[in-house]
Design a binder for this molecule. Structure first.
Ligand code: HPA
Length: 247
C-alpha cells in the first residue's frame, strides 16, 4: 500500500485543493522538518504535505534541513514523494509555465548535509543513483500531464545550484554545456536522501523564468510571481489526477 507525500516548494506553502485532517509534529534525530506534516486529502485521496521552505516560506534553499524532512516522511511510513520545484528554464523548450519531469540531475550544491551515513563506526552503504528519479512516478506524471494537455516537457536534466542568489549568465552557459536543461536550488540532496531511505521520489518542476542570461530583458521577479501562479494551477490539476489514478 503506497503512502504518498507532496513536498511543496517556492509558492506552494500549502497544497491548493487539499482538505486538511490534522497536522503532525515529528522530531527526528536530525532535528525538526521544515514544517509540520499536514495530513489530508485531495478529492478523497489521502496525501501528506510538507512545505520545504516552511509554512511562512522563511527557510532558504541552503538552510533547508533536507535530512529531517526526508527522515520525518520515512518515519511516518511515506513510500512515494512527488517533489514540487520552481525552476529556471535553460533549454529552449523549457518555457515559462511549462511542467518539466526531469530524468537526471547534476549536483552543484555544497556544504549541505547530503547523506544519512557518516556517523562514527556506522556501517555505510552506497546507493545506485544512475537513475535518480523513480521511473514509476515519472511515468504516471507524464501520462497524466499528457492526458490533461498540460505544457509538458517529459524529460530534463535538473542542475541543482546552491542559491539563494540566482546564477550568473556564465554559470548558466557552463551548466548548459554540462547538459542541464533546468536550474533550481532544492533538487539535491533531497533526491539522494530519499533514495538512501528507499523512498520512491520524483520531481515535478514548474518553469517560472528563463534562466539568467537566456533573455535580454533580465530577470523579472513580478513575472516569476505570475508564472508561479500559472505553474501551480497546472500542478494542482496534475497532482489531483495522479492521486486519483494511484501510485
Ligand atoms: N535559478 C535557480 N533557481 C531557480 C530559478 C533560476 O533561474 N528560477 C526558479 N528557481
Amino acid at each position: 500500500m503506497s503512502k504518498i507525500a507532496i513536498i511543496g516548494g517556492t509558492g506552494v506553502s500549502n497544497m491548493p485543493g487539499m482538505t486538511l485532517s490534522h497536522r503532525e509534529m515529528v522530531k527526528t534525530i536530525y532535528g525538526a522538518p521544515s514544517s509540520p506534516l499536514i495530513h489530508g486529502s485531495i478529492n478523497d485521496c489521502d496525501v501528506i504535505f510538507l512545505a520545504r521552505h516552511g509554512g511562512r516560506h522563511t527557510i532558504p534553499p541552503h538552510m533547508v534541513n533536507y535530512r529531517a524532512n526526508i527522515k520525518a516522511l520515512s518515519e511516518i511510513g511515506v513510500t512515494h514523494v512527488i517533489a514540487l520545484a520552481a525552476v529556471g528554464g535553460i533549454a529552449d523548450e523549457c518555457v515559462d509555465q511549462s511542467i518539466v519531469i526531469p530524468d537526471q540531475i547534476i549536483d552543484y550544491t555544497y556544504e549541505r548535509s547530503h547523506t544519512f551515513h557518516g556517523a562514527k563506526h556506522d556501517k555505510f552503504e552506497h546507493i545506485d543513483f544512475t537513475e535518480p528519479y523513480s521511473a514509476h512516478i515519472r511515468k504516471q506524471l507524464i501520462t497524466v500531464a499528457g492526458s490533461l494537455n498540460l505544457p509538458l516537457v517529459p524529460q530534463g536534466v535538473y542542475g541543482a545550484t546552491q542559491g539563494p542568489r540566482l546564477e550568473t549568465a556564465a554559470e548558466i552557459r557552463r551548466m548548459e554545456n554540462d547538459g542541464c536543461t533546468i536550474v533550481g536550488m532544492t533538487g539535491m540532496p533531497e533526491a539522494s536522501l530519499a533514495r538512501e531511505l528507499g523512498i520512491e521520489y520524483a520531481c515535478c518542476a514548474m518553469v517560472v523564468n528563463r534562466a539568467p542570461g537566456k533573455v535580454d530583458t533580465g530577470i523579472s521577479f513580478s513575472d516569476i510571481e505570475k508564472n508561479l501562479k500559472g505553474g501551480v494551477a497546472h500542478v494542482q490539476k496534475l497532482i489531483t489526477q495522479v492521486l486519483a489514478k494511484g501510485l
